[in-house]
Structures are given as structure tokens and as C-alpha cells.
Design a protein around this ligand. Sequence first.
Ligand SMILES: [Fe+2]
Length: 250
Amino acid sequence: MVKRVFTFSSFQRTHLFADYRFLGVDMHSHILPGIDDGAKNVTESLALVSGLRELGFESLFATPHVITDRYPNTPATIVEAMDLLRTNLPLESKSVQLAAAAEYMMDDRFGALIDGGKLLTLPGNRVLVELSYIAASPGAEDQIFQLCIGGYIPVMAHPERYQYWHRSADQFSRLIDIGCELQVNLLSLAGYYGKGVERCAHQLVEAGMVSFIGTDLHNNGQLEVIRTALSSKKIARLFSKHQFKNISLV
Ligand SMILES: [Fe+2]
């Protein structure tokens, strides 16, 4: 699983990972057909599942967006899409465990969804939540408290992508202090969203603040970036030093 590469510049050994088997579980992906900005149809879904399986992920959580104005998914729409994917899964992909959850935008309707008690969760009653990339919604902290009081554990998706927090890093520790677990994207670590996001992602992992690594996979192009990231010594060094809770979600 691990191959060793000699780094002449530092005279230190860097362990490159052959695949992502050490994570085992991808707990953030958009692999369901046709219900958000991820896979457009079953064919694309199958390609993404197959690609993640080849990269060493044995368990995949599909987490479609639930955004009131754009992707008003419900447990029914998500389960229906999951059933469609499962029905079409070829034999070689059946070894992968598939489960449905969701990625909830903390918009002004999210409070009502929490009250409704029908959230699709990750194991441990965890709820994957996201914020706008433009500005944090003013009600977000109240909704985090609402989740915690309701017995959920909020998992903040890709905090490194909220660039309005890059100059106020104490916001990240504030999230943890009020009960959130943090999930960083593999794509962020690989520089897919730009240097600032990459730097922030690495800093959060280095600081030991990150509970989960997710792919947040939407399409085949991103799959290639995730594959290429396996040859990054910088990312390999990071993963050698830090451990995550992905495998606990099996
Ligand atoms: Fe996502």
C-alpha cells in the first residue's frame, strides 16, 4: 500500500500512498444521478463509483446538496436516486458499500428541517452541513446549537473553502468549540480551488483540527485530480503525520 520515495533535497524518506485505503470511507460525494450538480446521469454515477473504488475507497456516502432554492432534495428524492444507482451497479462495483446521507446548506429553511427530524445522517448521528461561499449566514451558529441540542453532531464541510474566514482563523476553532467536527476536501489539499484554499486546508490538518477527509467528488475531472494527488509528497507527508476518523464511519 505504501511505497517509499527518496527525497534528495531533504535527505528524508517520504512515504507515498498507493491509494486511499487508509481512509477507507469517503463521507462526502455527489455521485447520485441527476439530483444536484454532481453526476448528471447513471452512466456518470457508475464511472465515479468505479473510480473511487479503484482509488481504494471501500465505503461511499452519497451526500447530495439540499439547498432550498437550487436543489430542494428530500429523503425521498435521495433514496430514489440511490435505488437507481444500486439497480445499475455492475458486479465488480458491488463490493463497495453505498449509503445515502446529504449535505445541508445552512440557509434560512434549515432550522425547519432540523425541527422536522428527518435529516439524512452519517453514522453517529452526524449531519454534514455547508455554508455559502459568499458569506456565512447569520443564523448558522444558532443552527449548529440547534443540531447539538437535537442530539446531532454537525460536520462542517470544507471550512477551508470559506475564504471570508481566511483572515480570521479563530472562526475555525470557534466551530470546534461549539460542537462541530471539521471535514477538509482532498481537492482542496491538491490545490484544485486555488492557493489560498490549499494553504488553509493544509494549515487546518497541520493544526490537528480536522476529523474527516472527503472527496466532495462531482465529476470525472475531479477524480483525476484526486488520483494525481497520490503523487504529491506534500500531501503524503501530511497524511503520514495525521490521522482521521473516516474509518470509524464503516
Ligand atoms: Fe459537497
